[in-house]
Design a protein around this ligand. Structure first.
Ligand SMILES: [Zn+2]
Length: 1002
């Protein structure tokens, strides 16, 4: 159980009559509301957010989420703080305060969360699907809640919200429904004693928990729901087709019983009462599977044990030769197809087939559905489900399982506590659903799933702005309409398989061996752990290499950068690059990339203002072969040989750019700030214009210039992983061979530049004010950024300044959240954090909400900033030191996975900073920070009158109020920027590590 530096805990509770599924019918959102309320004070720790304050002081973090059937609470913190954190956390589950005042205020946080979701198509489409479900089934409900469900409706009906909250809590927050996972470096016996001490008092079963949910008996969808297709009008310019197949589990084999936990309880009988709710499960449950009658339905046990959706998905979602995807792409009707299961609950799941359509595909949607059902009919009519495919999936799953890297402690705890709810025996907790299982029932289960994928059981949804929307969904206001599909469904029932479709051929990239080339060993000492890669330079190529001995997985990763200024400041080339990338990767997908990807090999390439980036990675066994093949395929790809692809990708890009308008206001605020600060950067408008005008000949011309210009300069690569030095050299030699050029100029990649904000000792500073792009959006967003300095060219003084700023951000962050979110309820997204952008560091405050206008929010941020000196005065030197220590400790945590370690190193190479020991250096600097320095950093950088106060605020406002807001800000002394890019051009830039590397954009 011992992990790296941090510790984590997650508690989760779950019953039959489940979380938001267990909301009272007249109180949607109660389970979610209860989740929020637990953070707002407990008897032993009555202060609101005291848990988060404690965690922040110990480089920790906490969060929670409520799904259909469970609410999950989790946190992580520095190792030394585990006991204190568990003490505070445990009180959530036995002694929450639920004060009147917090109950009233927190409804606003729920409402802000809902308003944040309103313009989001994922929530909108999900709720349209829910609205089609049987009104008697909880799947029909609205789980988030808002001010109407929690406050207005309860008031109108005379329901006391707080009383309902208490009743809900008392009924469901009970030990038998909860699972607990603690990951810490302490000995198991000690962790066990924490569990006993801090969770042992949680009430047990009072007998109030119903043995069986009442919705077992209610059908998920009524028969009429299947007769009609639904046409939804999205916010974004999406074009898609989705077919959902509800899979209801047969009840009879869903044996749920309270049992002894598999591990013997402690001898003294005083064990924690957080027991497992055991679901009877295991081989024995599956013995009946050869009985054909059993195939008439799916059981929860077989669904979980055999994971049939991943097997059916592997065939249905295959993208290689003879696949559905390849055929539909070839016809120019779709750009992507995905399959998988969703909404996995204990009584049902949904099997989904989702397609991204082209404009042509939208017109051919009935034809596409006929082909889909024809293919499903074909699979059903095979004498048996393709055995080779099952075997291959099992083998690949096993490869993935054997070489699985440990997830971070936080992810591990979230995963494990969830798996403890789903699986009866500890041996299955870790494998959960990630490891596919073989067994006598596999084939039957897969066939049982296939039997469900019929037109008569299909919920068809098409999404397009061109749909008419006579109906309005109740909670999100989504416009949608119905279309009768009964007679079409009749035809699809007997649809024939389209010519060219078949079962997937064998995968040529299956790894043959997974062997470690060097024994795994823990690095001895920190400086060893942060050792940099070896460099070997030949005239046109700088090759960095490191053989992994730390992570012990049979994988390797290769990054290559070919500098070219071809994109420079030309929006048209940027658009040509995007279309070229998409056309090329699309063309390679069927022949090469899909199989490779399934077999654990990844390839990507992209063109940015710096040049061409290539990435190869995965199991090292076939990596060199694969890299050569992928490189050959890219270099021989000719855009004019795939003319259909051009129109499809052009239209897709146009719609993607269009869809930026539906990004949350906070992302829009960051976009405008980015335009004003980073060069070169393309504006949305520029890209949209170019995307409209571009022709195939532009892409052809771009592609021919791209590789010539990219070959001509100094190439850089990093090869990191399970490779011997000679193998690494060989791999690079193969790439070099393919990318060689007769003469090179020896130029390195151009670097983006960050504009230096002017010093404005008082007032709002530089201001960007924009209307929110999406008219439906009610939230406004405010981002306030203070630039602090740069670490580029990194001497000790620069690192020290960065360290001071990080400690300052950490001191402010939970206070900021507590004040603006918990007390003032200004919005759901409220945060203050240290910021880093191309080596330039600073502090950023963001608030997104609808409760107050953007100007008022800005005023509240300023009011908060004025309280910081007092807050700092109240901190003791020891408190600052503790905070700094915990920040430093977090900084020293090793990346959990090989790829992250490699990426970090590649970042140092790309920025030309080469500070391999950065975490160590920064941690040392952070440890040296004293209170006087934090106060001084605040006075200098953030305070009114600060000698180096460089401040930018970016406001995004609803209701077309931007010009009025801009005027008001100008009155307050702001420098309001009309043209962010012109501003970026006009400003001096922060220095780079090496001035020669300045972007050729200027
Ligand atoms: Zn929430």
């Amino acid at each position: 159980m011992a992990k790296n530096g941090s510790t984590l805990f997650k508690g989760e509770e779950k019953g039959f009559d489940k979380r938001y599924f267990s909301d009272p019918e007249d109180l949607p959102g109660l389970a979610h509301f209860c989740e929020h309320m637990l953070f707002l004070g407990t008897e032993p720790f009555p202060e609101e957010n005291s848990f988060d304050t404690y965690l922040t002081a110990n480089s920790g973090f906490s969060n929670a989420f409520t799904e259909a059937e469970d609410t999950c609470f989790f946190f992580s913190c520095g190792t030394s703080a585990l006991r204190g954190a568990l003490e505070r956390f445990g009180a959530f589950f036995r002694a929450p305060l639920f004060t009147e005042s917090a109950t009233e205020r927190e409804v606003n946080a729920i409402n802000s969360e809902h308003l944040k979701n309103v313009p989001n198509d994922v929530f909108r489409l999900g709720q349209v699907l829910n609205s089609r479900a049987n009104p008697a089934h909880p799947y029909h409900r609205f789980g988030t809640g808002n001010i109407k469900t929690l406050l207005e409706d309860t008031a109108a009906k005379g329901i006391n919200l707080r009383a309902e909250l208490l009743a809900y809590y008392q009924r469901f927050y009970r030990a038998p429904l909860m699972t607990l996972c603690i990951i810490g470096k302490e000995p198991l016996s000690e962790l066990h004693s924490y569990a006993e001490r801090f969770f042992g008092e949680i009430p047990g079963d009072s007998g109030a928990v119903e043995p069986e949910s009442k919705y077992w008996k209610d059908p998920l969808f009524l028969p009429a729901a299947f007769d009609k297709g639904v046409e939804v009008v999205p916010i974004s310019d999406a074009l898609s087709l989705q077919v959902g197949f509800p899979i209801s589990f047969r009840q009879s084999s869903h044996v749920v019983a309270e049992q002894e936990p598999p591990a013997a309880p402690p001898a003294d009988g005083a064990g924690p009462r957080v027991l497992l709710k055991l679901v009877e499960f295991g081989e024995s449950a599956l013995l009946g599977w050869d009985d054909p009658a059993m195939r008439q339905g799916m059981t929860l046990a077989s669904w979980r044990w055999y994971n049939p959706s991943s097997h059916v998905g592997a065939v249905l979602g295959h993208e290689g030769a003879q696949s559905l995807t390849a055929l539909l792409r070839e016809r120019g009707w779709i750009t992507a197809l995905e399959t998988g299961s969703a909404d996995n609950t204990s009584t049902f799941a949904m099997m989904l087939v989702g397609m991204e359509l082209t404009a042509e595909g939208f017109k051919k949607q009935d034809e596409i559905l006929k082909i889909l059902f024809g293919y499903l009919n074909f699979l059903r009519q095979l004498p048996e489900f393709p055995k080779e495919s099952l075997v291959e999936n099992l083998r690949l799953s096993e490869c993935g399982w054997i070489t699985r890297e440990e997830p971070g402690p936080q992810d591990a705890a979230v995963e494990l506590s969830g798996a403890m709810q789903d699986w009866a025996f500890p041996r299955d907790y870790v494998a959960g659903n990630t490891r596919l299982r073989d067994g006598p029932g596999l084939k039957g289960t897969v066939e049982a799933l296939l039997a469900n994928l019929q037109p008569s059981n299909a919920l068809v949804t098409v999404v397009s702005r061109s749909c008419k929307g006579p109906e309005t969904e109740k909670w999100y206001g989504t416009r949608y309409g119905f279309r009768d599909l009964q007679s079409l469904k009749q035809q699809w029932q007997s649809a024939k398989v389209a010519p060219g479709l078949g079962v997937p051929p064998p995968n040529p990239f299956l790894p043959r061996q997974l062997e470690l080339k060097a024994p795994r060993q823990q690095p001895d000492g920190l400086s060893k752990a942060f050792e940099g890669p070896r460099l070997r330079q030949e005239d046109d190529w700088k090759a960095y290499f490191r053989q992994d001995t730390e992570y012990g997985v049979p994988k390797a990763f290769v990054f290559v950068e070919l500098p070219t200024a071809i994109l420079c400041c030309d929006g048209k080339n940027a658009v040509a690059a995007r279309i070229y990338e998409a056309m090329c990767l699309g063309a390679l997908q069927e022949k090469l990339l899909y199989d490779a990807q399934v077999a654990g090999l990844a390839f990507n390439f992209s063109v940015s203002t710096r040049g061409v980036q290539l990435f190869f990675g995965g199991f090292d066994d076939r990596l060199a072969d694969f890299a050569s093949q992928a490189m050959d395929a890219v270099l021989s790809f000719e855009p004019n040989r795939a003319p259909g692809g051009f129109e499809v990708q052009k239209d897709k890009l146009r719609r993607e750019l269009e869809s930026f308008a539906s990004q949350p206001p906070i992302s829009q605020a960051a976009y405008w700030a980015g335009l004003a600060l980073v060069m070169p950067e393309f504006s949305l408008e520029e890209l949209q214009r170019s995307a409209k005008e571009i022709r195939l000949s532009d892409v052809v011309q771009f592609a021919s210039k791209l590789w010539d210009s990219a070959r001509g300069e100094l190439k850089t690569s990093l090869c990191w992983g399970n490779l011997r030095p000679a193998e690494g050299d060989m791999l690079v030699a193969k790439l070099r061979e393919r990318l060689k050029s007769p003469g090179t100029t020896g130029e390195e990649a151009p670097q983006p530049r960050v504009a230096q904000l002017p010093v404005t000792p008082v007032g709002p500073g530089v201001a960007l004010v924009h209307d929110v792009m999406d008219k439906l959006e009610e939230n406004s967003a405010v981002e306030v950024l203070f630039q602090g300095g740069t670490t580029r060219g990194g001497d000790a003084a620069k690192l020290q300044r960065l360290a001071e700023l990080q400690v300052l951000a950490s001191v402010m962050s939970d206070q900021f959240y507590e004040q603006l979110r918990t007390r003032e309820q200004l919005g759901y997204i409220v945060s203050c954090r240290a910021d880093r952008n191309e080596g330039v560091f600073g502090i950023v405050f963001v608030v997104q909400g609808a409760a107050k206008s953007a100007l008022e929010v800005l005023g509240r941020i300023d009011a908060f900033l004025d309280t910081v000196p007092g807050m700092l005065r109240a901190k003791t030197e020891a408190e600052i030191t503790q905070l700094a220590d915990s920040l430093a400790q977090a900084r020293l945590a090793r990346p959990q996975q090989l790829l992250s370690a490699a990426e970090r190193c590649w970042g140092e190479i790309r920025s030309h900073e080469f500070r391999w020991t950065r975490p160590l250096d920064e941690a040392l600097a952070i440890r040296q920070v004293r209170k006087t320095q934090v106060v001084e950093a605040y006075d200098r950088l953030l305070a009114s009158g600060g000698a180096e106060r460089r401040r930018l605020c970016s406001l995004v406002v609803p209701s077309r109020a931007a010009s009025a807001v801009a005027k008001e800000l100008a009155k307050q002394g702001a420098e309001v920027i009309e043209d962010p890019q012109a501003f970026a051009r006009s400003r001096p830039k922060w220095p780079l590590s090496n001035e020669k590397l300045a972007s050729r954009a200027g």
